[in-house]
Ligand binder design. Structure first.
Ligand SMILES: Nc1nc2c(ncn2[C@@H]2O[C@H](COP(=O)(O)OP(=O)(O)OP(=O)(O)O)[C@@H](O)[C@H]2O)c(=O)[nH]1
Ligand SMILES: [Mg+2]
Length: 470
């Protein structure tokens, strides 16, 4: 009896060791600028995975097509200090009557799934150990946090010079007036203690300016990123500083002067916010998907699309491998696949998808030409996490025309041709004579437990997980 128990225990230990050796873990990071569709994407992806083999339609996901997927379930996450992704809240909003999109999110969250599948590995099959597990951690975080990386290479004085340069734009200068005016009474050498509360108020005005640049000018290059999305640092003094754009300060400013303190807070921000994010989170990601809403700037202005291009270029710096940047050594990132996705492709008719993809490629490409990506495979796709429209062909002046059907956010039914998407960054004329009719759509009415329609989520799954489920 004792012999048998010992034998069973040994066998269990061998099994655990075997599983540890063969089980796979993958930390998949999902990011994108505000409102790019991250929460909808993660929610849809989990639901498709949970419904794989039932209501999900994933013809391009090989492990499912080959009948090797055995099941997917949510399991307890390993990092107890990270908020859990609000999957059930998002699902219940989508299932509401009428259906609603999930609430905006402000910080990093994660969720862990266990995927069980049969391996194709002949050795594993021979010894009867062909059932494998892939532990998939999905991490959703704001893309704005990646925009802070360049700050690590800038001193406070250099950053100030950059902001002064940006303020040459009359539109930006107009929006900046409240904080510029409020700080115009300041002197760099005055003691900080005399303006303690003012610093707090002016940094709030500066944050409002960043938000206005986004909402009124469609600009995405928000810096410092945590001013608008502070996450766990909300209210911390290191988030209360502003660029010094008034009279030039003396050569060296006393540490208790106003300038000295703003500089110290800027340095603390770099040390405790920017570096910490890269060390604690970014360095642990295996694969990264970046969602890009290419349609939004097409509705706004030429400046907005150039700003998106530059912002993506800035964001790409975090993935520049193979160069000798000191921060690469500090964070030792290990991302081997980087996927850029044009989200909300259901806002346009299917024959426009190649143009949407080509526009995304151009937006990403200018950043690529400046960066080197050794060891990282990079791909672009167009998708809709939750397809909220349908398409029908009609006869228009003797020609077939695809018409999009959907419901707008106020509940009105739409039937329209949304227009032709430019395959490249368009000329200024495009905005003068634009006939684009891109309207936000309400999610489809759907049974809550059933997977919703999508566009290319299965191709995304194959790209991101295919090689890990062989
Ligand atoms: N039609 C359509 N709209 C989408 C889709 N995904 C997102 N949207 C729209 O984009 C908005 C933002 O989506 P979210 O998933 O909340 O985006 P997010 O990036 O998580 O936004 P933040 O958390 O605010 O940064 C939604 O409210 C929808 O209006 C999609 O697949 N199809
Ligand atoms: Mg979100």
């Amino acid at each position: 009896m004792l012999q048998q128990e010992r034998w069973l225990s040994l066998q269990r230990k061998a099994d655990t060791l075997w599983q540890r050796t063969w089980d796979r873990h993958l930390r998949l990071a999902v990011t994108g600028l505000a409102r790019s569709g991250k929460t909808a994407f993660v929610t849809a992806l989990i639901q498709q995975l949970e419904q794989a083999g039932f209501s999900a339609r994933l013809p391009h996901w090989q492990v499912l097509q080959q009948g090797r997927l055995l099941g997917v379930q949510q399991v307890v996450q390993t990092h107890q200090h990270i908020p859990t992704f609000g999957y059930s809240q998002a699902l219940s909003m989508l299932a509401a009557d009428p259906p609603q999109w999930p609430e905006p999110t402000q910080t990093l969250s994660e969720i862990r799934l266990e995927l069980r599948f049969r391996s194709q590995n002949l050795l594993r099959q021979k010894i009867g150990h062909d059932v494998c597990h892939l532990y998939l951690d999905i991490v959703d975080y704001p893309g704005e946090w990646l925009l802070d990386l360049p700050l690590l290479d800038l001193s406070y004085a250099q950053w100030n010079a950059q902001i002064r340069e940006q303020l040459q734009s009359p539109q930006r200068r107009h929006l900046a007036e409240p904080w510029l005016k409020a700080g115009s009474r300041w002197s760099a050498s005055q003691p900080f203690s005399s303006v303690m509360d003012e610093v707090k108020n002016i940094s709030a005005l500066y944050t409002q300016y960043l938000q206005d640049c986004r909402s009124q000018l469609g600009l995405q290059s928000i810096q410092p990123g945590r001013f608008v999305l502070p996450g766990e640092f909300a209210g911390a003094p290191m988030l209360q500083f502003v660029p010094w754009v008034w009279g030039l300060p003396a050569e060296s400013s006393a540490h208790d002067s106003l300038y000295g303190l703003l500089q110290a807070r800027y340095e603390a921000y770099k040390e405790h916010v920017v570096k910490q994010f890269y060390q604690k989170h970014f360095s642990g990601f295996d694969r990264q998907i970046v969602l890009v809403d290419c349609l939004q700037p097409l509705k706004v202005s030429r400046e907005a699309i150039y700003d998106l291009r530059d912002t993506l270029g800035q964001l790409l710096q975090s993935f520049q491998y193979g160069n000798s940047h000191w921060w690469q050594r500090l964070f030792s990132p290990r991302i081997d696949k980087l996927l850029f996705v044009a989200s909300k492709a259901d806002h346009v008719t299917p024959e426009q998808h190649p143009a949407l993809l080509s526009l995304l490629r151009e937006l990403v490409h200018s950043g690529l030409s400046r960066a080197r990506f050794e060891g990282v495979s990079l791909e672009c796709m167009a998708m809709a996490a939750i397809r909220s429209s349908e398409y029908h062909q009609v006869d228009y002046q003797g020609q077939p025309l695809t018409v999009l059907h959907g419901v707008d956010l106020t509940g009105h039914e739409l039937a329209l041709f949304p227009g032709v998407i430019p395959a490249r960054i368009p000329e200024p004329d495009f905005w003068r004579n634009s006939s684009l009719r891109l309207t936000d759509l309400r999610p489809p009415v759907w049974q809550s437990e059933q997977a919703r329609p999508h566009i290319r989520l299965d191709q995304i799954l194959e790209y991101l997980l295919g090689d890990k489920m062989q």
